[in-house]
Design a protein around this ligand. Structure first.
Ligand code: GLC
Length: 732
């Protein structure tokens, strides 16, 4: 029996004295002392490729705007990731500015630079922390080579609202899992590679609670309690900080009336004073000047003053800092100490990135064949088998006639997700090509799109005719990558209307159908799930998409993905998630809360994911059953592969604090273990719970661990029913 063990023990929340705790090194302090006021301001200004090189005229021409660099008025650049362009700008900074301080080049390397991995939400469904660290490290390897020493990732925003398009970029709805993934990705991005000077700097974003916008609409305000902020939205940020994240991005929105970019509670009280973090904060694009649009600052000067005082160190592309920061300091409306502190944080970051020792991009390779196997593995492990009635899957490779129907049957760009960076759609293996590559010689595979996503090119009749011709239909539906992500929120989670028309036509043929979803977040595919036997959630899997999906469809790979975000039956249920409160009249009890037009439970719960084998759980044991506060509690159970083929199971542990000074969720994820089991084999699971797992923050920001009864649930998803109880006792 071979076991893949990823025992996810939630690290005790303690301030890990990070490498940058010796905040300012002598050489950087000495450099600061040589800087003029204008040069200090320059280090806090970020400009875009457009600001510095004009609209890219194709020949990569760089116009006179480079004077900003010559005068030391810019310290960081966003959206340049070609080594020769990086080096041309860098050499201007090194050779033509007075102090020769290197520029820091940043780019949105969210799920790969040249090699495109699955979108982060997809990868989170692998629950494989080692995998997610490895793909981040690969992305950073490619970035460093391209001259990008600063990536705007990982995005760690917990979200329970699938209307918000940016769920695609995160790790789903759970703070515990999201914290472990945040730490893994930070460690991956900031890997110190042998033979390299410095490292790529990660940016944990978007601080904070960006995933809870009013009505699911991007950039809209967030209004949550302090306890919800601290128990749900902050943990992944803290985990990223403890993993050594070098930078953090403040978010666009406001929390309870105070925009994040000028929010002292977030940026100073929590980030600096409570957590002791020494890295640098960059605003999101234009967010400093947007303080005026928020109605939080009456002028650019006021916006600059508020953002700097709160602790936003770099102004990303709003123009506010380079327009007004020097004057504020001269007029004593901003003290030099806060300016110097911000500049030192940035200089330390540049030093950690190796820019003073090795400022130039060294290679220009765009092909990374060594990353292809990893892209394939990530795609395979991200796939979630949602339904498989009558074991329709896996398909036989000798099936005579296979119809691949739907707008994503031969999709390339759409499989790259919402942040495809420099990924090339030419590198994407389509679903149809993946299927063709695996079937037997006598099998005929035909394709009919039936419609595109918006219905501009519709030919439903041909698609229906092809379905009638076939022995089995692979129906490829979903939501294209360019329709997900930033500022792509939705009021409906249904499939587009042309796709719904196609579904009805294919259903009418009464052929066996496997639905394959290409999407960036939960869809309310209730009728499709009811209509067809098998449903595979394939997300936007990146360049290996078609090959990976085909290997799952034909059983070469046994799927092991588990949902990290709840699928609603209807958008009207949103926000809907596993760690919800019970209320005084839960839907589960007679006369409890309910909808008149829909069941209250979700379509697919958090943690759901099927396999081509089956697993059983038994023999749960808790020790001790009356632990004292501060004592470690172990929860054990046995998982067995009760099917006929090997498989990987993500066994999950949930805990409920039955009574608290604040009401507590009906259950919360507090452990998981990825286990590979041969048929008939068993594994004894062992989870450890510490005070950090059992406690919670109250509305005064205090972390409470309270005596009383707790339930533990172990199983295959958040409906786990193998249960035990223990009573946490006061220490005497
Ligand atoms: C965008 C996004 C942020 C990204 C930044 C730079 O608006 O909100 O995630 O890193 O700007 O592109």
């Amino acid at each position: 029996m071979k076991r893949i063990i990823t025992q996810a023990a939630f690290g005790a929340i303690s301030i890990v004295v990070s490498a940058s705790s010796a905040f300012a090194s002598d050489d950087m302090v000495a450099l600061l002392r040589r800087m003029t006021l204008e040069e200090k301001v320059g280090q806090l200004v970020q400009m875009s490729s457009n600001d510095l090189t004009g609209p890219d005229k194709g020949q990569g021409g760089i116009d006179e705007k480079l004077d900003f660099i010559r005068k030391g008025q810019v310290g960081a650049v966003v959206n340049i990731a070609s080594p020769d362009k990086v080096n041309r700008l860098q050499n201007v900074a090194l050779r033509e500015s007075r102090l020769g301080i290197p520029l820091l080049f940043g780019f949105d390397v969210v799920h790969g630079l040249h090699t495109t991995f699955p979108i982060p939400l997809a990868e989170s469904c692998s629950w494989d922390l080692e995998l997610m660290q490895a793909t981040a490290a690969a992305a950073a390897r490619e970035s460093y080579n391209a001259g990008v020493r600063w990536v705007y990732a990982p995005m760690v925003d917990v979200s329970r609202d699938a209307r918000w398009g940016r769920v695609a970029e995160g790790a789903g709805e759970d703070p515990y899992l999201g914290s472990l993934i945040a730490a893994a990705r930070v460690k991956g991005f900031q890997t110190i590679e042998a033979g390299r000077v410095g490292k790529v700097l990660a940016t944990v974003k978007h601080f904070a609670a960006y995933g809870a916008p009013e009505a699911g609409r991007d950039y809209a305000g967030v209004d949550i309690s302090e306890s919800t902020l601290r128990n749900v939205y902050l943990p992944p940020f803290r985990a990223a900080i403890e993993a050594g994240a070098a930078s953090l991005m403040s978010a666009f929105h406001e929390i309870s009336g105070v925009p994040c970019t000028a929010n002292p509670h977030l940026l100073d009280e929590i980030l600096r004073k409570e957590w002791g973090w020494k890295g640098f904060v960059v605003s999101d694009w234009g967010a400093v000047d947007e303080l005026r649009t928020h109605g939080f600052a009456s002028s650019v000067e006021a916006a600059t003053q508020k953002a700097m005082r709160a602790g936003t160190d770099i102004d990303m592309c709003s123009g506010a800092y380079n327009a007004s920061l020097a004057a504020l300091v001269k007029n004593k409306r901003l003290d030099v100490a806060s300016l110097d502190r911000a500049v030192l944080r940035v200089l330390e970051g540049k030093k950690a990135a190796g820019l003073f020792a090795q400022p130039l991009a060294t290679q220009n390779n765009e092909d990374w064949p060594q990353h292809k196997p990893l892209a394939m593995r990530a795609a395979l492990e991200s796939i979630v088998l949602l339904k498989n009635e009558g074991n329709l899957l896996p398909l036989a490779k000798t099936t005579k006639r296979i119809a691949v129907i739907g707008p994503f049957a031969e999709t390339k760009l759409e499989a790259l997700g919402s942040w495809w960076a420099l990924g090339r759609k030419e590198d994407v293996v389509t679903l149809a090509a993946g299927i063709r590559s695996l079937v037997a010689p006598g099998t005929e595979v035909r394709v009919a799109l039936g419609t595109d996503f918006r219905g501009k090119t519709k030919n439903i009749e041909d698609a229906a005719a092809l379905a009638k011709w076939s022995d089995i239909v692979v129906l490829s539906l979903g939501d294209p990558g360019w329709n997900t992500g930033e500022n792509n929120s939705k009021v409906s989670l249904d499939l587009s209307l042309p796709q719904q028309e196609l579904v009805r036509a294919v259903k009418a043929t009464r052929k066996p159908v496997v639905v394959v979803l290409t999407n960036g977040g939960p869809l309310s595919i209730t009728s499709e799930v009811d209509s067809f036997s098998a449903v595979v959630e394939a997300w936007a899997l990146g360049q290996a998409a078609g090959t990976a999906i085909a290997q799952v469809l034909f059983g070469e790979h046994n799927p092991s993905g588990k949902l990290t975000i709840t699928f609603p039956r209807h958008v009207g249920q949103v926000p809907i998630y596993h760690a919800h409160k019970n209320s005084g009249r839960p839907p589960t009890q007679p006369g409890g809360s309910h909808y008149t037009d829909s069941p209250s439970d979700p379509l697919f719960v958090f943690g759901h994911g099927l396999s081509y084998t089956t697993f059983a759980y038994e023999n749960l044991r808790i020790n001790p059953t009356e632990p004292k506060i501060g004592q470690t509690v172990t929860v054990e159970a046995t998982v067995t592969n009760t099917g006929k083929r090997a498989g990987v199971e993500v066994a999950q542990l949930y805990v409920q604090d039955e009574v608290g000074s604040l009401t507590r969720p009906v259950r919360e994820l507090k452990g998981f273990e990825r286990v590979s089991l041969e048929p008939g084999a068993s594994h004894r699971l062992r989870f450890t719970l510490t005070a950090q797992h059992l406690g919670y923050f109250d509305n005064a920001g205090r972390f409470l661990v309270e005596p009383g009864w707790f339930k533990a649930f172990v199983g295959t998803d958040s409906n786990a029913s193998l249960t035990g109880r223990f009573e946490l006792k006061q220490t005497r």
